[in-house]
Design a protein around this ligand. Sequence first.
Ligand code: PMP
Length: 512
Amino acid sequence: RPYTGPSYQQVEQMKGVYMPPSITNAYKKPVLLTQGHMQWLYDNDGKRYLDLFGGIVTVSVGHCHPKVNAALKDQLDVLWHTTNLYRHPKIYEYVEQLAAKLPGDLNVVYLVNSGSEANELATLLAKAYTGNLDIISLQTSYHGYTSSLMGLTATQSYRMAIPVPPGFYHAVHPDPFRGAFGGCRDSISQAPGSCSCTGECISTDKYVHQLNELLGNSVPAGRVAAFFAESIQGAGGVVQFPKGYLKKAQELIKKNGGLYVADEVQTGFGRTGDHFWGFETHGVKPDIVTMAKGIGNGFPLAAVVTTKEIAANHAKAAYFNTFGGNPMASTVGKAVLEVIEEEGLQQNSKVVGEYFIRQLMDLQKQHPVIGDVRGQGLMIGVELVEPGTKTPLTTSKVNDIHENIKDNGVLIARGGRFNNVFRIKPPMCITKQDYQSKVLQCEPTKEPIVDYGKTSLFEGFQIILENTILFPAGGGQPHDIGWLNDVEVLQVLRKGDEALHFTREPIDVGIE
Ligand code: PMP
C-alpha cells in the first residue's frame, strides 16, 4: 500500500514539538515505519526490514497476522465495551483458554492493559495475601514504568533523581557472564569457561546466600511479600540465571513468607521454545504470573494469573478496570493463542532459535568483539566487549554497529546494564531461511517466495562487524574508513531488495 502520510521531516519536526523529550530514539536516524507483515516491516520509502526485535515489543505471531486481524475486524462490528460491568462471551472464552496454558491451580485471570499495570497489580495481590510489605527484585531488572514500579525496576537508566518508593530491595544480579560469582547456565549457550560444576552450580548458592542477606534488611526482618523475577532477563541484557537459581530463590522466599511472581512479559507464549512459559524451564511454579506485550500481538492487553486463594484476599475490596481485556482485546488474545498452537510457533522458536544461537556462537569464534552469546529459543543476546577483554564495548561503537545493521535492513535492539548487549527477539513466525539466506517470506504459509542472493544474514553480520568494529577477523589491520566501506558487499545486500520489487508475485495481503 503506497504511503501517503506526513513526510519523514514533518514527523521529526512534530516529535521535537509534541513528544516528551524523555522518549529516546532507537537510532541516530530513526526509522519511520509505515507497514508490517509477519516478520517484515516497511518504512516511508518502502524500504524493507527484517524485524528481529518486534517479537518482544509487540508481535509474537507476526505483524498484522491475517488470522488475528480478521478476528479483530470481525469483533469491531459486533461490540466495543468495557470489561467489567457485564458479561461478554469472548472474555470468558479467552480467560478459560489462557488459564488452560498455566500449570496447576494458576487459573484466576485478571485482564489489564499493560505490563506495568500487571506488575502493579501483582505487588498489591502479594501484599494483600501475605500481609507483608517488602518486595525484592533483581538488579538490572525492568518490570515497568510507574511511580511505584520505579522501585521494582532496578535499571538505572530509567531512574530519576527522586526517592524510590520504600519497601523495594534489589538482590545481587545472578549473571553467569558478568555477575560477581559467575555461574553456569542450563542451556546450549553455556557461559564460556566460567564453570567447572558437574552437577549443581556452586555459584547459585553464593547468589542465593546474597538474597538471604538481603532478607535480613526487610521490615520486619525476614518477612517479605514477594520476589519478582523474569525467567530470562530481557531489557537487563538477556541474562540467563545460573542453574537452579530460581528454584532455590523461590524456596528461600517462601520460607520468609513471600510469594514468587514470574514476570513473563518477554519470555511467555512459547518464545523460549522448550516450554510455553519461561519459568517452566527452571522447574518452578510461581504463585503469580504476569504477562503482556506478545500476549496481544501488538494490541493493548496484559494479564495477571494467580490462584483462587491469593485472589480471594484481594476480593476484600472491589476491583474495577475499564478496558483491561475488553471484548476486542480478548478477541485478539484468543486468536493469538490459537495461532501459536495452529502454526507450531513454540516449536518453531526452539528450532530456529537454536539454529541462530549456534550460528552466532560460530561468529563469536571469529570475532573477539563478541564476548558472549546466550539465550533460549527466540530470546537471544549477543554481548559485545572490547576484543580480548570483558570490558563492555563503548556505547558509541555499539550504537554505530546497531545503526549499521538497521541501514542494512535488519532491526535488533540493545540492552543490558552497559547497553552493550544486542537483543534479538523476532516474531515467532521467523524461519531458518530468513537467517540462512535472504529470502522473502511474507505469507503465513512459510513457503519462501523469492530467494534472491547468496549473502546470508550471518555473512551480513560478519561484514558489518568487520567493517564497523575496525577489528577484522583474524586480527588484521583495522579498516580505516569506518562504516561499511565495502561497496561490493553493500551492493550484494541491496541487490536482493531491488530484485524483490521486480520479480515478486503480488500477494493479496495488503502490502506494497
Ligand atoms: N516487565 C517486563 C519484563 C518488561 O520488559 C516490560 C516492558 N519492557 C514491562 C514489564 C512493562 O510493560 P509495559 O511497557 O507494557 O508497561
